[in-house]
Write a protein that binds this ligand. Structure first.
Ligand code: UDX
Ligand code: UDX
Length: 466
């Protein structure tokens, strides 16, 4: 099928490349000329596994890049709208990019076209898109607006797209549903998975995706409800971790006990310094704000966000507990990205911890495998410097903090770290190590939701009293 994707951000680029991989002819459109030029040179503007390979594989054959809407959109059976929907100050999503993309589409289409809402948008946006289409001259019977929310995670976006748990289609008509099932046919009938040149599936076994067809409003709600639920699960795990610390329980054991109940599930119960990224904080705020507009006070979600913010403050207190005073302490910060496997620093809990410690007068030496350039632009402080390796970062530092769950941090040579640090103190906000590993390496270890080793307990200062 001929398809267009408007918006070459994270969701749009992954969707465009994966749709080409599934066998469609795709044009990825963006008004940002620089971005389109770099994609034409196979340069992906963000760090995402497998995406450069897919772009190299399909660019020029099935995948094209353009700044011009008219030709590709006119020829497409369906147009995916995947432009950004950033948060406004009041938590509402800013839909002006969706509005302007849809206005262009309305003026261009000639034959029946399905306009697919792919960006995460508040419930009832599909109705607004329909109105904008009509106001801008698209005849009513000539288009349908479908909500087809995306559940991909940064870092594993390509496999999440090609091996999804479910495909949700909020469609107002049979004609639109037919177009959607044509688009996803290679995944639904399994023909993609039988090809020889496929992207290798993720490690955990997955069955053929569930095909969930509903009306557009319900599909929009599924997206909000899913992301907010996952954020709620993380905040829940963080509260459990805090209670574990208070009573001397082990959070990993407790969460395993919780998660192995198949009604609860083990995923997204990892405690730490909270969730970040471009989705969870924004979606929790947007869902609360939608509920408020509808006259419902969604106190549960407000608490989810409050617990998340508090988790970062608690971590800073933990660092203070390990070091007694913070002013002029030199602290190595391993991790800047909001999670491992990405260079994205949007709403990163790591940066919020670093900001708080800079405010307390600390000197921070940071290292991240992918996010240092972005972080350097985001936080400008004489007391924040960047190191070329994790070992350089810890050299002569008063303590080492782990703020992002990068795989390479879990593989660090701890005896080397022990020799380089001024004091053998590690404060781990992602529970990447076991207390036993740290004890063997003779490092004093503080982590989240676990009992402290006797030596860590003896040597910690009670930050609440100092
Ligand atoms: C529950 C727990 O499921 C079980 O693990 C525990 O050992 C005892 O308590 P039970 O009360 O028998 O079991 O029934 P359950 O099916 O879990 O439902 C409990 C209540 O929640 C019922 O009133 C049910 O109607 C309600 N419920 C359940 C919902 O409102 N929504 C649901 O999705 C599930
Ligand atoms: C999320 C959703 O998972 C995805 O379905 C949606 O389409 C976009 O938002 P993403 O933001 O890319 O994806 O990352 P995810 O892996 O979900 O992690 C989000 C944040 O939660 C990260 O900061 C991560 O470190 C944190 N997290 C995740 C935890 O703190 N604990 C967990 O158990 C899981």
């Amino acid at each position: 099928m001929k398809l267009s994707v408007i918006g070459s951000g994270y969701v749009g680029t992954v969707a465009g490349a994966c749709l080409a991989e599934m066998g469609h002819d795709v044009c990825l459109i963006d008004r940002d000329e620089e971005r389109i030029r770099s994609l034409q040179r196979f340069q992906v503007p963000f760090y995402e596994q497998l995406l450069p390979e897919l772009i190299r594989k399909h660019a020029g054959h099935r995948l094209y890049f353009s700044t011009d809407f008219s030709g590709p959109v006119r020829d497409s059976a369906a147009v995916f709208v995947a432009v950004g929907t950033p948060s406004l100050h009041n938590g509402e999503a800013d839909l002006s990019y969706v509005d302007s993309a849809v206005r262009e589409v309305a003026k261009i289409i000639r034959n029946y076209t399905v306009v697919i809402e792919k960006s995460t948008v508040p419930v009832m946006t599909s109705r607004a898109i329909r109105k904008v289409m009509i106001l801008n001259g698209a005849p009513e019977g000539n288009f349908d607006v479908v909500s087809n929310p995306e559940f991909l995670r940064e870092g594993t976006g390509v496999t999440d797209f090609l091996y999804p748990d479910r495909i949700v289609v909020g469609s107002p008509s049979e004609a639109a549903t037919d177009v959607m099932s044509g688009i996803y046919a290679p995944l639904l009938d399994g023909s993609y998975y039988r090809r020889e040149d496929i992207i290798v599936p993720p490690a955990e076994p997955r069955s053929t995706p569930q095909w969930i067809v509903t009306n557009p409003i319900s599909a929009e709600l599924i997206k909000h409800a899913s992301n907010s639920f996952l954020a709620m699960k993380i905040s829940y795990a963080n509260v459990i971790a805090n209670l574990c610390e208070a009573v001397g329980a082990e959070v990993e054991h407790v969460c395993r006990g919780l998660g192995t109940d198949s009604r609860i599930g083990e995923k997204f119960l990892r405690p730490g310094i909270g969730y970040g990224g471009s989705c969870f904080p924004k979606d929790v705020a947007a869902f609360s704000s939608v509920a408020r507009e509808l006259g419902y006070r969604f106190g549960l979600l407000q608490e989810v966000a409050a617990i998340n913010a508090e988790q970062q403050v608690r971590f800073v207190r933990k660092v203070k507990g390990a070091l007694w005073t913070l002013r002029d302490k030199r602290i190595a910060a391993l991790g800047l990205a909001y999670k491992g496997g990405t260079n994205d620093i949007r709403e990163s809990p790591a940066l919020s911890v670093i900001r708080m410690l800079l405010d307390e007068g600390c000197e921070i030496v940071a290292y991240d495998p992918a996010a240092m350039d972005k972080a350097a632009k985001e936080i400008q402080s004489e007391r924040l410097t960047f190191a070329a390796t994790p070992y350089e970062a810890v050299t002569n530092a008063d303590a080492m903090m782990i703020l992002t769950d990068w795989k390479e941090f879990a593989e660090l040579d701890l005896s080397r770290i022990r020799k380089l640090l001024k004091y053998p103190i590690v404060v781990d906000g992602r529970n990447l190590f076991t207390p036993q590993q740290m004890e063997t390496a003779e490092l004093i270890y503080h982590s989240v939701g676990r009992t402290e080793s006797p030596v860590a307990e003896t040597l910690a200062f009670d930050a609440t009293k100092s």
